[in-house]
Write a protein that binds this ligand. Structure first.
Ligand SMILES: C[S@@+](CC[C@H](N)C(=O)[O-])C[C@H]1O[C@@H](n2cnc3c(N)ncnc32)[C@H](O)[C@@H]1O
Length: 453
C-alpha cells in the first residue's frame, strides 16, 4: 500500500473511533502516531485530515446531505470516508481532487465492495463537478453559525443567550482556525531573552508574550523539534493558561495548594514563579494523573512540589484549616474553551453533563476555601466558556460565604491589554478564544476578609 493511502486509511479508523465511540481526539492521534511510526510528513497529513474533518464535521454533513438522497442509509464508515474526502477537496488545496477521489474509491473497494466504491466515486465526482452548496442560503442566523462553523445548535444558542450574537459568532469562527503555539520558559534554567535569541538563530520566528513574562509565541517553525524541548528549557502552554499563575500574586516562601493539578502545567508554573522556594501541594483525583505532575516537576528540575492523589472535595480532611497562602482551583469543567485542540468535546458534551460539573465545582470550592489563611488568595479558573460554571459558581459561593470577596486588586493587576476586555464581569474575567487567539478561560481571585460586617 502506498504511504498516502495508508495515512487516509488510518485517518478513517481514527475518525470512526473518535466520531462514533467518543474517543479523545488528541490522545487517539498521539497513540496512532506512535503505533504506525509515521514520519513527520505523514504525521502532519494524518493530524490535518483527522483534526480538520472533525473540526468541520457538521459543515461536511450539511454538504454531503445535498448530494445524497435523505432516505439512503449510509454505514458510518462510508459517511466518514466521504467527510474526510470532501474535507480534503474543499479545505486542502495542495492535493488534487482526482488523487483524493481515486484513493477514497480504493479504500471503499477494500473495506466494502465494488457497489460502495461506485457510490463513493459518484458522490465525489458530483462534488467535483457541481461544487458545494452556498452556506449563505441558510436563513436563520443561529443555524448558519452552527453549520458554517460546525458547532451544535444547542451550544450556539446557549452562547448567544449568555454572551450575545457578536461574541458567539467571533468565538465559533475562531474555534475552527489554527491556534497560536506558545511556550513558557523555565526561568531557573534559561532567561527568556536568551531562549528567544537561540530560537531565532535556529530559524524559528518567535516573539515575547505580553501576558506572561515567561511566555514566548511561536509564529513559525516546529519548536518541539528544537533541542531546548528535550532539555526541558520550556513547557508548551497556552497564553491564557499562563495567565492563571500570573494572576496569583505569588512570592517566594509561600505555602500553596493546587487542588486539581494534573498534568501539572500550572503547578510547575507556580513553582517557577516562586523560584522553587516554598511548598506547592499538588493533588489530583486520579493517582495516575498525579504521577504526571511529579514527572513534569522532575523534568523541569523543580523540587518544591509535593504531589499526591486526593479528592479536592475532601482536602479539609487532609490539611488543617487556614494552612495556605494561595489556593488554586483549576476546576474540572466542560472544556468549551479548548474546542480548537479538542474538537470531539463539541460533539460529545451534552447540557446534562454541565449540571453535574457545576455541583462538583461548588463542592470543591466549599471544601478548599476553609484551608485558606486570612488575607490569603484563592484563584478559581476553568478552561470553559459558560456562565454556569464560571460567574454563577462564584456568585453562589460569595452569597453563601460572606467572609470572601472578589479581590479588587485582581482587576488592576490584569495585563493592560485585558483591562477593558469584553469578558470582564464583577465576578472575574472570561477570556474568549478570539481575545488572545488562545484558549477560552475564566479566571478570578477571591480573598478572605477578617470578619463579616
Ligand atoms: C482542568 S484539569 C487541571 C489542569 C492542571 N491544573 C494543569 O494546569 O495542568 C482538572 C483536573 O481536575 C482533576 N479532578 C477532577 N475531579 C477532581 C476532584 N474531585 N478532586 C481533585 N481533582 C479532580 C482531573 O483529573 C483533572 O486532571
Amino acid at each position: 500500500m502506498k504511504k498516502n493511502d495508508q495515512v487516509r486509511k488510518i485517518a478513517l479508523d481514527l475518525l470512526l473511533k473518535i466520531g462514533e465511540k467518543g474517543g479523545y481526539s488528541h490522545l487517539t492521534i498521539d497513540q496512532a502516531m506512535k503505533k504506525y511510526d509515521l514520519d513527520t510528513r505523514d504525521g502532519a497529513l494524518l493530524t490535518e485530515i483527522v483534526y480538520g474533518t472533525l473540526q468541520h464535521k457538521l459543515t461536511l454533513e450539511y454538504y454531503l446531505n445535498s448530494f445524497v438522497n435523505k432516505k439512503k442509509k449510509l454505514d458510518n464508515w462510508v459517511k466518514w470516508l466521504l467527510y474526510l474526502s470532501i474535507y480534503q477537496m474543499h479545505y486542502l488545496t495542495k492535493i488534487p481532487d482526482h488523487a483524493i477521489i481515486h484513493e477514497s474509491v480504493e479504500i471503499a473497494k477494500k473495506r466494502g465492495h465494488k457497489g460502495i466504491a461506485n457510490f463513493v466515486n459518484g458522490v465525489l465526482r458530483s462534488v467535483q463537478r457541481n461544487g458545494l452548496p452556498d452556506l449563505n442560503e441558510v436563513k436563520k442566523e443561529d443555524k448558519r453559525i452552527s453549520i458554517t462553523t460546525s458547532h451544535p445548535n444547542w451550544l450556539v444558542n446557549r452562547w448567544i443567550k449568555q454572551y450575545g450574537i457578536d461574541i458567539t459568532k467571533a468565538m465559533c469562527e475562531t474555534n475552527i482556525t489554527h491556534k497560536q503555539i506558545s511556550i513558557r520558559t523555565q526561568p531557573l534554567k534559561v532567561k527568556r531573552t536568551d531562549l528567544i535569541k537561540q530560537l531565532h538563530e535556529d530559524g524559528l520566528k518567535v516573539r515575547a508574550s505580553e501576558i506572561s513574562e515567561q511566555g514566548i509565541l511561536i509564529d513559525q517553525g516546529n519548536v518541539l523539534k528544537h533541542p531546548a524541548f528535550d532539555e526541558h528549557l520550556f513547557t508548551v502552554q497556552d497564553e491564557s493558561s499562563m495567565l492563571v499563575a500570573e494572576m496569583m500574586d505569588l512570592s517566594e516562601g509561600m505555602t500553596i495548594l493546587d487542588a486539581c493539578s494534573a498534568p501539572g502545567g500550572k503547578a510547575t508554573h507556580i513553582a517557577e514563579k516562586i523560584r522553587d522556594k516554598g511548598t506547592v501541594f499538588a493533588y489530583d483525583l486520579h493517582e495516575k494523573k498525579a504521577k504526571l505532575v511529579k514527572k513534569k516537576a522532575e523534568q523541569l528540575g523543580l523540587t518544591c512540589i509535593q504531589t499526591g492523589q486526593a479528592d479536592a472535595r475532601k482536602l479539609d480532611q487532609v490539611h488543617e484549616k487556614a494552612t495556605f497562602d494561595r489556593i488554586l482551583i483549576d476546576a474540572p469543567c466542560s472544556g468549551l474553551g479548548v474546542l480548537r485542540s479538542k474538537p470531539d468535546i463539541k460533539y460529545n458534551k451534552e447540557e446534562a453533563d454541565i449540571k453535574k460539573l457545576v455541583s462538583i465545582q461548588q463542592e470543591i470550592l466549599e471544601s478548599v476555601a476553609l484551608l485558606l489563611k486570612k488575607d490569603g488568595k484563592l484563584i478559581y479558573s476553568t478552561c470553559t466558556v459558560n456562565k454556569e460554571e464560571n460567574e454563577l459558581v462564584i456568585k453562589r459561593f460569595l452569597n453563601e460565604n460572606q467572609r470572601f470577596i472578589v479581590d479588587p486588586l485582581f482587576f488592576e493587576e490584569l495585563p493592560i491589554g485585558l483591562r477593558n476586555s469584553q469578558g470582564l464581569t464583577e465576578f472575574g474575567i472570561q477570556l474568549f478564544p478570539q481575545d488572545l487567539n488562545s484558549d477560552g478561560f475564566f479566571i478570578t481571585r477571591l480573598t478572605k476578609k477578617d470578619s463579616v460586617k
